[in-house]
Write a protein that binds this ligand. Structure first.
Ligand code: GMT
Length: 376
């Protein structure tokens, strides 16, 4: 059954926006009509797709408002698009404000629209602890027609911290296998960054928020670097970038820690990398880890949130306690010193992506949910 599906997400760089956009693209390829409703064009929507439409939410600044009324404007736009385009389902990413806006829009229209809410993490792990937002997050989750979470850890945490009794289904994130795959890279990229043939390459990709513990990433690299000639590629940008840089200077390794800022062709960097570090304090899933595994790069992560559901400890990578940078560095060293083990981890990671996180499986899962809610 082909459906008309509205999707709302934060359109800027970030895992939730990436997943929402890739999902919309794959649903469109399967013949569904997709309507993105957001403040700007989702950044991964980089070419023309005949059955994808984009509806811009323009948030005006009026003098009477101290803050721009994003949520109200979004709800209004959602209601307008639901009626005009005759949407069947509105799939919103993040409980606040997107699910709340969707519920408001549902109440505004005559049409029997169904609201599917996907939780990505920060709405629960950070905002869910804020007493002023807790009641509205709970409301959004309880009133949505269906709620999904990107890991079992996030689903359980949501139920526990907000005392939710309704089912929350886990639907894992996925990657586009046509993009994230192993590729033999020419040496130009390494040369461009003055990386020598014999040097190992470690990569970290994030938004450098405190929760990503980028200082631990530099420290873990320092442990590895003491034993192996290597370079650390820090990709992304954010508040803790300078802290990480200062730590590299303090450790005397700043020449080998390259801060590359935000990059478009992440897959190229993954294909020259040997190891990824993802040492976050909180992480509901860890999309960057999945992208690395798809390219055959083993990941050393922390045993927090959904990370152990992505990385199988001792099989596709290693998980270490949060804050134990030394163990992370030593685990990376161990893997790099044992080529057979390294190959086994790399292959197991690729196989796991195909078996558990294949886009075809995940997209079908979402389709079955849209179908199910439409029958209620
Ligand atoms: O990690 C972030 O700070 C960005 C955030 C987002 O909105 O994209 O990521 C969350 O959603 C991603 C997609 O589901 C997950 O892969 C990330 O683990 C999750 N971040 C956190 O839980 C901190």
């Amino acid at each position: 059954m082909k459906q008309k599906i509205g999707i709302s997400c934060y359109p800027t760089v970030g895992g939730s926006g990436v997943v929402a956009t890739e999902l919309g693209k794959l649903l469109a390829e399967k013949g569904h009509e997709i309507h993105f409703i957001s403040t700007s064009m989702p950044f991964r929507l980089n070419k023309t797709y005949p059955n994808i439409y984009y509806h811009e939410v323009e948030v005006s600044q009026f003098e009477v408002f101290q803050y721009p009324p994003y949520s109200l404007t979004l709800a209004s736009k959602m209601a307008e698009v639901i009626e005009r385009e005759q949407l069947d389902v509105l799939h919103v990413h993040y409980a606040v404000p997107h699910a709340v806006c969707a519920l408001l829009a549902k109440d505004m229209v005559e049409r029997d629209i169904k609201v599917v809410t996907t939780l990505h993490g920060t709405d629960i792990t950070v905002l869910g602890h804020d007493s002023s937002l807790k009641p509205i997050i709970k409301y959004a989750i309880e009133r949505s027609d269906k709620v999904t979470a990107v890991s079992q850890a996030l689903a359980s945490q949501t139920k526990e911290s907000l005392h939710i009794t309704r089912p929350i289904e886990t639907i894992y994130n996925f990657i586009d296998e046509r993009v994230y795959k192993p590729q033999i890279m020419k040496n130009e990229l390494k040369h461009a960054y003055h990386i020598q043939e014999h040097e190992k390459i470690v990569v970290h990709i994030s938004n450098f928020r405190p929760v990503k513990r980028v200082v631990d990433v530099v420290e873990a690299f320092h442990v590895l670097h003491e034993h192996t000639p290597s370079k650390l590629l820090m990709i992304g940008d954010g508040p803790d970038r300078n802290k990480a840089y200062r730590h590299a200077v303090q450790r005397g390794i700043s020449e080998d820690v390259l801060f590359l800022g935000s990059q478009k062709n992440i897959v190229d960097f993954l294909n020259i990398a040997d190891i990824m570090f993802l040492l976050s304090e909180k992480e509901s899933f860890g999309l960057a880890a999945l992208e690395a595994m798809a390219c055959g790069v083993p990941v050393i992560g922390t045993d927090t949130g959904g990370i152990p559901e992505v990385i199988v400890n001792n099989e596709t990578g290693y998980t270490c306690p949060v804050g134990d940078a030394e163990e992370a560095g030593l685990k990376a060293l161990h893997l790099l010193q044992h080529p057979l083990l390294y190959e086994a981890f790399s292959s197991a990671g690729k196989a796991r992506v195909e078996e558990v996180f294949a886009s075809s499986l995940i997209v079908e899962y979402y389709e079955s949910i849209y179908h199910e809610v439409s029958l209620t």
